[in-house]
Design a protein around this ligand. Sequence first.
Ligand SMILES: Cc1ncc(COP(=O)(O)O)c(C=O)c1O
Length: 537
Amino acid sequence: MTTLPDSIASTISREHAQHHASSEQASDQATTISPSLSKKKRHPVSKRHLKDRWKSFLSQDAEGNLLVEGVSVKELDAKFGAPMYVLVERELRDRLRTFRNAFPYPKFRPQFACKVNSNISIIKIAKEEGFELDASSVGEIILGLLADYEPHQITFTNLYKTYQDIAFAAMIGVQSITTDSMEELQKIAMVGENLDIRIRIFLRINPLIKLGQYSTLKQQYGIPITEAKKAIEFAVSHPHIELIGLHFHGRYITNPQVYCVAADKLLKLAAHATELGANIQYLDLGGGFPTNDNSQVRYGRSYNLQKAGVMIVEKLQKLLQKYNLPEPTLIFEPGKYIVANAMIGLVKVVSSKKMGKENLVITNGSVYNMIADRFVSNCQYEVLPANKLSKPITTKYSVFGSTCDCIDVMAKNRWFPKLEEGDLLSIMDCGAYSVVFASNFNSLKRVPIILAKENGTAKLIRRRDRYAEMFAPELDVLKVADPNELKYFYNLHRINFEKIWGERLTPEVREKKLQKPLQAILSHIQRTREQQKDSLL
Ligand SMILES: Cc1ncc(COP(=O)(O)O)c(C=O)c1O
């Protein structure tokens, strides 16, 4: 392969990328449907499948097809093509509102932890519902800005930041940078000195809590409480640092008392910092709230958030009196509590087999590109027979994804009606750590997200991946050679079989939609073969 000078190669590929993006985006924007069935035609989902938490947005039609906000999964499949995710807007908004209203504290400013699901439309909805943003990287800060958050509505909290990360966050003016270690504190001081600015920080503390089964002793995050005073003293005395808050985040907190214990430890430190002259305006107690599925197999048993909210706020008020502190702004950063129950994965059965005594179905989705949290937290998802809700349940199946890996098991040994090719399955409650963990394993595309709205319309909020962007990091460094070769590469990843989803592959469809790029690829292959033959002669 010959190499073009960098400047020419990058100009060509930019032009190709732009052309490619604009022609495909035009058709993406048109993908909205409004085929919702009228309320009269929506029937309750049969009791053996329905869980309370889905009642507000799931129903079924007369044939037993699942309806999400009145939109039939069959229509969604016909329009957008399973595999896909369906995000239920009303459920998302309800969860945000419930959380916001659960803490009767005047200076309460919840943040959405967007690492859990960083889709821009979701982040925007969180903002509309009065949430600020917990960002864990410069990338997430940029997403927040794209979703119209003001910099002062974003905090930057993670385990490790480069000098450049710190400078970027400080210069755009985020609410604060949450500092995870003594080393990071010194780094922030250095950036502040170099830029001659005062950088607002929270100190993230690991309070080394042990409460029943719950413990933060083995977590790697934050400054251990045994060293917290040293960090506070450094921060308070440094002219380029402004210590404005203390932070704690613990994972999977199923006992809300943990927040009270953490608040006690942090407020004691706040009193110390105040004595040294700091103005502690924020107390940030992180996320960790369970989802709404009441099952221990997923992220831990849930509890009544309203009662917990009242209990935590009462305790906080008492602690403020005990330590003689003014009311700080209270921050929580829920993630999975907000989105987990609001999203459904929709996959299609492509094959059903019997292996020994076990019945298997293979789907066109995959744990890898849809629900990779199964690998990370070993969580289980409930799966519904989305086009056979009224059929008798007769057969136990294991449900597999379509990759070449035997651990690609979406669900094991579940009861279903008899399943066959073309059936749709819905994977419930998969909004958290799904899209963000998804990979392109087997060079599969990650799947689109459709927003189902309360008025029964459905809208694309993330399109399916394209080969162009999946392969770009490698093609870019190959410095693709002459224009013919470039054309070949672009034709290869322009082939978009999803475009003919749902259509029968008739000669006419082939002629109209596939012939041109296929012809270009085939003639390139032919040319290359001839060139190779010539060079051998
Ligand atoms: C700093 C921080 N805040 C909030 C969250 C969200 O946690 P959850 O989804 O458990 O609410 C996380 C998750 O890892 C986190 O690291």
